[in-house]
Design a protein around this ligand. Sequence first.
Ligand SMILES: *[C@@H]1O[C@H](CO)[C@@H](O)[C@H](O)[C@H]1NC(C)=O
Ligand SMILES: *[C@@H]1O[C@H](CO)[C@@H](O)[C@H](O)[C@H]1NC(C)=O
Ligand SMILES: *[C@@H]1O[C@H](CO)[C@@H](O)[C@H](O)[C@H]1NC(C)=O
Ligand SMILES: *[C@@H]1O[C@H](CO)[C@@H](O)[C@H](O)[C@H]1NC(C)=O
Ligand SMILES: *[C@@H]1O[C@H](CO)[C@@H](O)[C@H](O)[C@H]1NC(C)=O
Ligand SMILES: *[C@@H]1O[C@H](CO)[C@@H](O)[C@H](O)[C@H]1NC(C)=O
Length: 483
Amino acid sequence: MGILGRNQMLALAVFKVLFSINTVHGIGANWGTQSSHPLPPPTVVKLLRDNGIQKVKLFDAESSVLRALSGSGIEVMVGIPNDMLFSLANSVDAAERWVEKNVSAYVSSNSVDIRYVAVGNEPFLRASNGTFIGTTFPALRNIQAALIKAGLGSRVRVTIPLNADVYQSSTENPSTGDFRPDIHDLMVQIVSFLSLNGGIFTVNIYPFISLYNDPSFPLDYAFFDGYSSPINDNGRIYTNVFDANFDTLVWALEKNGFGNLTIVVGEIGWPTDGDRNANIASAQRFNQGFMSHMNKGTPMRPVPMDVYLFSLIDEDAKSIQPGNFERHWGIFNYDGTPKYNLSLGSNNNELVPASNVQYLNRRWCVLSPSANPVDPQLGPSVSYACANSDCTSLGYGTSCSNLNAQGNASYAFNSYYQQKNQLDSTCQFPNLSVITTSDPSVGTCKFKIMIRTTNPGASGISPDPSFGLVQVLVFLLALLVVV
Ligand SMILES: *[C@@H]1O[C@H](CO)[C@@H](O)[C@H](O)[C@H]1NC(C)=O
Ligand SMILES: *[C@@H]1O[C@H](CO)[C@@H](O)[C@H](O)[C@H]1NC(C)=O
Ligand SMILES: *[C@@H]1O[C@H](CO)[C@@H](O)[C@H](O)[C@H]1NC(C)=O
Ligand SMILES: *[C@@H]1O[C@H](CO)[C@@H](O)[C@H](O)[C@H]1NC(C)=O
Ligand SMILES: *[C@@H]1O[C@H](CO)[C@@H](O)[C@H](O)[C@H]1NC(C)=O
Ligand SMILES: *[C@@H]1O[C@H](CO)[C@@H](O)[C@H](O)[C@H]1NC(C)=O
């Protein structure tokens, strides 16, 4: 600050622009498939390519997804879910079979450009209660050995996507960073193994969660456009929590002798709904700010970063245990339409929507205008609809917080009806629901029309037998109340 003159700053700026153009690492994205109605994999691959997304991170090794990526030129990180760690840790055979089936086969015959295997997903998260502490490292070793045996040792690298809670700092200064005490020695062993085998450190960093967990967290510190009370760590200036968090990891690695280990940001992003801080404007501010920022790097590593945005597309079947925002991380909606404008480097400012998406009919299920607002079945019916669909856009601070109680009921009924592919029997809440052809969306609150999926396994293609049963029970209960 103040050390460089104007010309030097200009020269530096020009240098940085040239530098970032020449060495841009290419943006990546996480492709999760926990959706009731996922877009067909070929549609998603085209979406990636149309938007210049060059790398994709998967959470498993689903064959339809890998087949669609064949010949696409997109770099792939395949994933091993946590529930497979135990068997892979305990059986060299299982690890060899996994590599044969889920890596070798695609690399050789289908020309899928698999570059990384992610062993587990945030296995040491505090919320996992240590469940995967004993199995993750042995599974990593077995997968690495299997890759070498398969002749892929130099082509495919191993990693473990870890949440940023595997390290911590004793003050706000990143330089006091080290690994979490309960897993410190394990982390050093893993880092040493990754370093020896050409592996990479993958970390997921979430400024949104900092804000979500701590109402007094300074809002501007979560973003990349300046903060009034920067942290000065022995001359290194931190104006955003991402840099401070990332450099805490750099210090933890350095302190333990692995200061040169490659770090990749496995997940970074901002949700658009389900919380008062989750909205389109904040997500755009964060992601666009990050897109410029990632080419600069952090004070400890001032070089362009390797990054996978979280996430590509909303997933309406994710657990909402972390919060209602969890189903809204996509830069694209469930149907592949962009939520906001975002420059990813190679595209213009506008994201390209998914092509040839097939929708169900323009029909919605809503609360009947003649419904009795104090009908005793209203509450239970809304609860049932929400429990079996997605109502995370309702409530304080969400996109549908403008609805009144009737609007809420309509939203719930429609959400259920669309989730069940507009089956007539799913808009038959007695005396309460009715089908309409006029769009009930109001302002920011969008009433979905579900997309058509050909996957016979997708939920609700066949009538939902439990619904009839619940209707009967509700009816019997109503009778009891009347009597
Ligand atoms: C390959 O990956 C899929 C999807 O993650 C998994 O279900 C399957 O068990 C794996 N195959 C082997 C042989 O482990
Ligand atoms: C961890 O423990 C808490 C409290 O005992 C429990 O609520 C939670 O379900 C556990 N999580 C896992 C992944 O086992
Ligand atoms: C880290 O990288 C620097 C620059 O490439 C190199 O000089 C140094 O020896 C490396 N340190 C270790 C521990 O590998
Ligand atoms: C992107 O910006 C253009 C104008 O610059 C605007 O017309 C368009 O609606 C925006 N798209 C989204 C998804 O916000
Ligand atoms: C609408 O539903 C949400 C979520 O269940 C609730 O928080 C909110 O209070 C409801 N609004 C009204 C006006 O009933
Ligand atoms: C529907 O409304 C009618 C007339 O108000 C009433 O007689 C009937 O019991 C209601 N049906 C149910 C299932 O609540």
